[in-house]
Design a protein around this ligand. Structure first.
Ligand code: PLP
Length: 375
């Protein structure tokens, strides 16, 4: 067998992530590897922390990228904030809420589930009732932007409710970060995790996280050690922290961090508010085009995510065959429906670099051909 270097096909990534990665970001990752404790690398780490504070809109000292995908950021939040016996409310309105439930259980916590229909936001009334019914709840966990359905929940209001009842929040901001307003300090969010491959438009494999003072207090008051050595904030912070120098914890993914730095730089150059506005603008463009094609969206207007559009597949259109056609004949990748929405929706992602008017037009042209073949 003769092996050859891998040559990926040209794709237009308009699914739930990874999304289009700008050449600048790819180029950054191909620069010479240096030591992960090299003084110049330490400067880069500091810049990454500052740029992450900017995109998260926070001054939280404990803000950094976990050296693993979004799911690891999720594990870090749960593993540090929850101890065995702690009770947590987990809001489930799609795939990712179920994973949070699984995390609480694996931390030895007990779960109160607040369930909402897939495609709807998390209900404030239900969460308030659950908090009243369970005065011993320590943490409320919810997904800000549900990528499996395209629904946006009110992170600020949910956090206010949780705090009124003495609970902290864990927020999944994997898809929301840099795509819709996310104000960590203003909304007083406690533990927040995201991913590199959605609206930041980097490649997958890194998970930006940020922790408030209140969250760090909770960690500081633990009676037991965090059960995960790799994800223990105190240990990771010895590496990412600024004061007193860095100590080796693990070897940071040096070149991936060059890429993340470049991706963050691009958001900073554009301005985070402008990035949010661009996502909104291209979403409107897509929605107008879908309407002309007679295609409807799953989520009601006020809760629609601009960066993840769940389109109802019209009767008579074969889901799998259509997506195969998009990919094979047009190089276009869009997402399939998950769970109860499998076969019912397509998920069109306009995340980060993929949120561009010309991509929206291309996607609409391809969809038009598919929809026109029905009858
Ligand atoms: C993509 C995603 C995740 C998981 O991120 P990975 O990088 O795949 O581990 C978690 N939550 C939400 C809402 C996501 O969209």
């Amino acid at each position: 067998m003769m092996y050859q270097s891998f040559a990926p096909p040209k794709r237009l990534l308009m699914g739930p992530g990874p999304t289009m990665v700008h050449q600048r970001i790819l180029d950054a990752s191909s620069r010479s590897t240096i030591g992960h404790l090299d003084p110049t690398f330490v400067v880069l780490m500091d810049e990454i922390k500052h740029l992450l504070q900017y995109v998260f809109q926070t001054e939280n000292y404990m803000t950094m990228p976990v050296s693993a995908p979004g799911s690891a950021g999720m594990e870090m939040c749960f593993a540090n904030l929850l101890e065995a016996g702690d009770k947590a409310i987990v809001c489930i309105n799609g795939v990712f809420g179920s994973r949070m439930k699984e995390n609480v259980e694996r931390c030895g916590g007990s779960v109160v589930v607040v369930e909402d229909q897939w495609g709807s936001p998390v209900s404030l009334e239900k969460v308030e009732q659950a908090l009243k019914d369970n005065p011993d709840v320590k943490v409320v966990a919810f997904v800000h932007a549900e990528t499996s359905t395209g629904a946006l929940s009110d992170a600020q209001a949910l956090t206010k409710l949780a705090h009124e009842h003495g609970a902290l929040v864990i927020v999944d901001a994997v898809t929301s970060l840099a795509g819709v307003p996310l104000m960590v300090d203003k909304w007083k969010l406690d533990a927040v995790y995201s991913g590199s491959q959605k609206c930041l438009s980097c490649f997958p494999g890194l998970s930006p996280v940020t922790f408030s003072e209140a969250a760090l207090d909770k960690v500081g008051n633990r009676k037991t050690k965090v059960q995960s050595w790799f994800l223990d904030i105190n240990l990771v912070m010895g590496y990412w922290g600024a004061e007193g120098g860095r100590s080796y914890h693990h070897t940071a993914p040096v070149n991936a961090l060059y890429a993340l730095h470049e991706a963050l730089l691009m958001v900073h150059e554009e301005g985070i508010e402008n990035a949010w506005a661009r996502h909104q603008r291209n979403h409107q463009l897509l929605v107008a085009g879908l309407k002309q094609l007679g295609l409807a969206l799953l989520v009601e207007k006020p809760y629609r995510l601009p960066q993840l559009n769940a389109v109802l597949i019209p009767d008579g259109v074969d889901d799998a065959a259509s997506r195969k056609n998009f990919l094979d004949n047009h190089g276009l990748e869009i997402g399939a429906g998950l769970g109860v929405l499998a076969g019912k929706i397509w998920r069109i992602g306009l995340m980060g670099q993929a949120s561009r008017a010309d991509y929206v037009e291309r996607c609409l042209t391809i969809l038009k051909e598919q929809v026109a073949t029905v009858d």
